[in-house]
Design a protein around this ligand. Structure first.
Ligand code: SF4
Length: 377
């Protein structure tokens, strides 16, 4: 068997989990500085959706590999930005972490406690501590309920306030998120998009959570409103000592809120590191291309920049490319990229990337790499 064929076989094995990808503990131990125990540990998390066919008997003929062996940690009070194009698995990962959908395998620990496979009763007890802010504030609010019910009912049902205290508690929360407390009796359709997102944030805060997963919280809003909501989330984080997993498809959006960034591509994390490191020196070509699309508010700096336009669409997670999933679009791909899966390895200071030809400080692939043209030639 040739060396490359052997590597291809190894790559297939790694798909099945035989080649060890770094665990949450490995990733955590590589981070510089001493920290308290992470509030969230995601370890080798997998979520595959079966593809079935057949009229009389449902046969599984494949699987959509939405999340494939993802590990990371989030420290208390930290904001981890999770970034990637639409369809890369960010939302499925978020929902799997919160157990809104059942992961296929892997582990999620919250405050040191395993939460996968908990029964419905134990999950319900845990629910207040882990809340979600959804992308579409209109779709996520019940149109038949008044704001008083949307924000107040969860508080009452979880015993955070008693019945008579609910009205005052709702008004206090509405004021805290920048809404008129006198509007507590209105319906969601009577608010603007930004105001509806504030209601969604108030609802999440009503249960005094420790972790908030914000799934594209500003994507559906006008640009002028986005900054207001991001500023609000930042203020609330300090006041309520919150930890955020902030999901976005735009690296520019998470630039100012995230302490660390995880970049996802077709179900896998391809780069993970401190936000300043990822922005100033992306190691993975995919991160480099995402960053090149972020406008800089300086016309001179913007004019001199080279924008990297990726060819083709994001591959289907039902049939992901072999080995490095980015090899079908990567400008630096060589033969090895399609036969051997690159592992997420530390390039110093807890800056991880999964690439055979990591980029240097000038944004060029390091020695041993070629360009796609050179590889083909
Ligand atoms: Fe993947 Fe190869 Fe491109 Fe690195 S250089 S991202 S391994 S295709």
């Amino acid at each position: 068997m040739s060396e490359l064929a052997q590597k291809a076989r190894n790559s297939d094995q790694s798909r099945d989990g035989d080649v060890a990808a770094p665990s949450a503990a490995d990733l955590e131990s590589a981070r510089p500085g001493s920290r308290e125990e992470p509030i969230l540990e995601v370890d080798h998390l997998v979520k595959h959706f079966p593809i079935k066919a057949g009229i009389l008997f449902d046969r599984q003929i494949g699987a959509v590999r939405a999340v494939d062996d993802v590990s990371f940690t989030v420290s208390r009070g930290e904001t981890l930005g999770l970034v990637g194009e639409s369809g890369c698995g960010k939302s499925t990962l978020s929902r799997s972490i919160l157990q809104l959908i059942e992961p296929t395998s892997g582990s999620v620990r919250f405050e040191g406690r395993e939460i996968t496979g908990l029964g419905s009763r134990a999950s319900r007890a845990l629910r207040p501590a882990m809340q979600m802010v959804f992308q579409d504030p209109y779709a996520s609010l019940n149109p038949r309920k008044r704001v008083a019910q949307i924000v107040g009912d969860p508080m009452r049902l979880h015993g955070i306030v008693s019945g008579p205290e609910t009205k005052d508690a709702v008004r206090e929360l509405l004021a805290r998120v920048g809404l008129n407390p006198e509007h507590y009796n209105r319906f969601p359709h009577e608010f603007s998009g930004g105001q509806r997102q504030r209601i969604g944030i108030a609802r999440a805060l009503s249960l005094k959570p420790k972790l908030i997963v914000a799934d594209e919280p500003v994507s559906a809003l006008d640009v002028s409103i986005q900054a207001q909501i991001i500023n609000l989330l930042e203020d609330l984080q300090e006041e309520f000592e919150l930890t955020y997993l902030f999901v976005a498809h735009d690296l520019g959006v998470v630039r100012h809120v995230a302490d660390r960034i995880a970049v996802m591509y077709v179900g896998k994390i391809v780069e993970l590191g401190a936000a300043a490191d990822v922005y100033s020196h992306p190691i993975h070509p995919y991160t480099q291309s995402l960053l090149s699309a972020v406008p800089i508010p300086d016309p001179h700096a913007n004019a001199g920049r080279r924008q990297i336009v990726l060819e083709g669409d994001v591959p289907s997670p039902a049939n992901p490319p072999s080995a490095c999933r980015f090899h079908t679009r990567c400008p630096f791909a060589t033969e090895v990229c399609s036969v051997e899966e690159p592992l997420l390895i530390d390039h110093g200071g807890g800056h991880f990337a999964a690439c055979h030809h990591p980029l240097d400080a000038e944004g060029r692939p390091r020695r041993g790499a070629g360009t796609r043209a050179a590889a083909v030639a």
